[in-house]
Design a protein around this ligand. Structure first.
Ligand SMILES: NC(=O)c1ccc[n+]([C@@H]2O[C@H](COP(=O)([O-])OP(=O)(O)OC[C@H]3O[C@@H](n4cnc5c(N)ncnc54)[C@H](OP(=O)(O)O)[C@@H]3O)[C@@H](O)[C@H]2O)c1
Length: 345
């Protein structure tokens, strides 16, 4: 069996000013990271790649074995009306700030009247502020905020979460045509450590608990509540990252959970062909998490990359990235299970 190597060719310039994503071609994808215009090119399977790109480009060549279709997500039933046309129940995990907050507000503005936005996070005060902001411009949409800790791995809390929310807020599942679940809640983990320094079991369990186990439990709760019998149209959006496909020194904890989640949702795509699944990598966005990337990263080269992104004005506003996500969902032509980056669109 052929290997599935991820070859990374560093260049003389190691600080990309922008991330350029990949292009899927058969069983191979090629992508370039660097400034300037978009730069992807097709490569026939099995060929070695000579780059004619300027040195500032960094190339990632992802190869998988011939005939292995794991990287070619099966298209699920395509909804031609776009996500926002139907009376929907939106669930956004991690809606208190950053990208989740921006998503909650943008989705509410687009949502069909009488849709409901269920916003989850640990910070009720911040969630209520998001609710107020939505209500000031979207009177037709109902907003429900609910305290939720994705790292509190109590099976009952997860399995009952939606029954409780629906009961407490007099919602009826029969009132909606569609469910849209966004798995956005996430943490960076300790980016001040290298791989060899990861020795603390509770720190590791906490990180994987919030970002992987808690995410899986929330997803199962969604699938078991918003069932196929009741919802002909279901979308699951995993907020992914470039780090799911590219390794950054001192980001082992973050890269690992993002890669794990991408694969988890690819498997779900195989198992649940009626669900439209998307892993969206939002690009570098100015949030609390991005600030930690600039401030706490131990690896000097990677730290400098984040600092340069900021100094050179290449960190995105959350709203700009979410606008692209909205565009992808409105067009609704993505292949279910795909990993799509902000810079792909
Ligand atoms: N910013 C970027 O450049 C970037 C790039 C690629 C991917 N992403 C991804 O985008 C998503 C949002 O990140 P962000 O940049 O907006 O970060 P952020 O500003 O730090 O926001 C993180 C969100 O996750 C929630 N969260 C964290 N721990 C939680 C827990 N235990 N239980 C429930 N909710 C929890 C937070 O809510 P509370 O603290 O209120 O609970 C908050 O709403 C993450 O999945 C991140 O990996 C971000």
């Amino acid at each position: 069996m052929e290997m599935c190597p991820l070859q990374y060719y560093p260049t003389t310039r190691t600080i990309p000013t922008q991330h350029r994503p990949r292009e899927r071609v058969g069983h191979r994808e090629v992508c370039y990271y660097g400034g300037g215009s978009r730069s992807t090119r097709r490569e026939p399977p099995g060929h070695s790649v000579e780059t004619d790109k300027p040195e500032r480009y960094q190339k990632i060549d992802l190869q998988v074995k011939v005939g292995d279709n794991f990287d070619q997500p099966r298209p699920s039933k395509k909804c031609t009306m776009g996500v926002f046309e139907k009376k929907s129940c939106f669930v956004i995990a991690g809606a208190s700030r950053g990208l989740g907050r921006s998503m909650a507000i943008s989705f509410a503005k687009k949502a069909r009247r009488e849709s409901v936005m269920i916003l989850l996070s640990r910070d009720m005060k911040a969630l209520k502020e998001v609710e107020t902001e939505i209500k000031s411009s979207c009177q037709d949409v109902k907003v429900v905020v609910s305290e939720f800790d994705q790292g509190d791995l109590d099976e009952k809390k997860f399995s009952n979460i939606f029954e409780n929310i629906f009961k407490e807020n007099n919602l009826s599942i029969d009132n909606f045509e569609q469910a849209v679940i966004v798995h956005n809640a996430g943490t960076l983990g300790d980016n001040s450590k290298y791989v060899k320094d990861l020795v603390n079991v509770s720190e590791l369990n906490t990180h994987f608990g919030v970002n992987v186990t808690g995410n899986i439990l929330l997803n199962s709760a969604c699938l078991n509540f918003f069932t196929q019998e009741k919802f002909a149209h279901r979308y699951v959006i995993n907020i992914s990252s470039l780090t799911a496909v590219k390794a950054f020194k001192s980001f082992s904890l973050y890269c690992t959970v993002k890669a794990a989640r991408d694969m988890f949702y690819k498997v779900m795509t195989e198992e649940e062909p009626t669900i439209r699944v998307l892993s969206y990598a939002p690009g570098p966005c100015e949030t609390d998490m991005q600030i930690k990337c600039r401030e706490n990263t131990s690896d000097p080269e990677v730290k400098q990359m984040f600092e340069s992104l900021y100094k050179e004005g290449n960190v995105l506003e959350c709203d700009a990235s979410i606008k692209k996500l909205v565009q992808i969902l409105e067009t609704d032509t993505f292949v279910s299970g795909a990993h799509i980056d902000y810079y792909d669109v």
